[in-house]
Structure formats: structure tokens, C-alpha cells
Design a binder for this molecule. Sequence first.
Ligand code: DON
Length: 304
Amino acid sequence: MKSPVSDYLREVLDDLADDADGAVADYIPELMNADPDVFGIALTTVDGRTHSVGNDEVEFSIQSISKPFAYAAALTDRGFDSVADAVGVEPSGEAFNELSLEGDSRRPKNAMINAGAITTHSLLGSDTEQRVERALAFFSTLAGRRLVVSESVCRSELDTADRNLAIAHMLRNYGILEEEAHAVVEGYTKQCSVNVTARDLSVMGATLANAGVHPVSKERVLSRAVARQTLSVMASSGMYDAAGHWLTAVGIPAKSGVSGGLLGALPGQAGVGVFSPRLDSHGNSVRGVKVFERLSDDMGLHLM
Ligand code: DON
């Protein structure tokens, strides 16, 4: 949609277009094939209008941005108490792929780090197929179109998944995971390999921003309480060990993914999706972070 908002987004995109800081992720071999220069920004308001610029329709794997949505699905399916038995709500202050378990309970500290997300994924069904279908169906409802798993990304990540397998084995050892580690990591990896665009992310984020009501279909897809819980955990832990800086500097609940996606959801206002594959040392998109710093400053989108 051509509008003053898209003119503004175009200005931000143009200003940051030449920023080549950071590097594409390399621990999942397939992600190294990403075009590092691709750059798209999309913003969907809670009344369902999407404004987007640049490579807003280029598909990429959702990666860790699947985590808040899988958490929301687990809360919906299992209830708050049962999810809280398995995963906490404290920021870990550590990298996304650290084990970061709580002292007594051995729960992963939160659902945004890999340990917590592997655990929340395990709550989505009783076998791999069921869990993946639950995640895919739910993400598709949120995006407003049928999404698919990128088989090449999934295969590439599974071939090199030793670290997540190690985490899953530890979780099973502590009684947090009931099912066999390989089966859970396979499903979790598929969940991370679902392809989305910056536009999809903005619509998905706008559903959280709109307290669980889809901004386009107007269907309630999450309870208000689940949307609130998910946004809260995004605010405290969505940017991993950069979460504190993010909250002070940007002030928008957000989640990043290692393929270069970044999703923000500002309660009552909008969902924002950015795609730019070069990452900083925390695994967050360099230009994505800068887009949000600009939006927060220029449009007063900081929560505080
Ligand atoms: O489990 C992993 O390592 C990836 N599938 C997801 C990690 C990720 O996206 C980290 N975020 N920036």
C-alpha cells in the first residue's frame, strides 16, 4: 500500500541500504547461501493495513521467530500452569544456544532460548508429525496464508544439530523432556524451517499487538492472556543477551531469528517485520536492529 507510512519506511530502508556490517549465519550451512543484501520492511497496523518496502515478499526460514508463536500455541493447548512446569520466564542473559537451566527445577529459563523452545515445541503434540502440523497450521493462520517448511534448510540444520541434540539430551536427563531427544529436535528444527516473508511477520506480530485478534480476518486466534504472556516474554528475553539494551533503546517486544528476520509487536499499534540476513554477535539482524531503533525514535514507538 502506498502511503505516508510506506514513504517513511522507504526512507529508512534507503538510509540503511548501504550498511554492510555483520555476517550471515554460518552454523547452519544452508543459511550461508542467503543473499546478504536482501532487505525488506513491513508494518501491519492493528486495523489490518500493511505497508511494506524493499524485499518484503522474499521468503526465508522463520528460525527463532517461531519460538514466541510456539510458546503461544503451547499455552493455548496446555494451559499456563503446565507450560510453567516445563519452562520459566526469566531472561537468561546468555547466548541463545546455552543450556541456561534454573537451579532447582532444571527448567530452561525462558521459551526464547533454544533449550526453552525445544521444550515448548515438545508440548505441541505427542509425536513429531503432530507437533509440526500444529505449529505449521497455527503459523499459517497467523500469517493468513498456508506456509511450508523449507526442506533444504531443515535438512542442513538437522545434519549439524549436535548442539541442540546435546541440549535435548540434557533436558531429557533432567526429566523436562519426556520424548526421545532426536524426535523432539527433528520437530523443533522443522518448526524453525517454516518459510515466511517480512510481510508475514508483520501480520503475525500485529495479531499479538492486537491482543490475539487477527488484524485482517478479525478472528480471535489467541486469548488476550496468552498474547500478553507471549509479548511479556518477548520483551524480557526475545533479544537474548542483548534484551536489556533492546528494551531501553527500542522498547518494543521483539524476536529475532538467525536467518535475519526480526519481528516486533507494539501493543495496540502494530506488528513490524524486517528481513536482512547479516547478523551481529548476538545473532540479531544488524539492519533489523537499526530499523527498530529508527522506528522507536522517529515514531515514538517505545513502550515507555
Ligand atoms: O536452533 C537453532 O539454533 C536455530 N534453529 C534457531 C536459532 C535462532 O534463530 C537464533 N536467533 N537469532
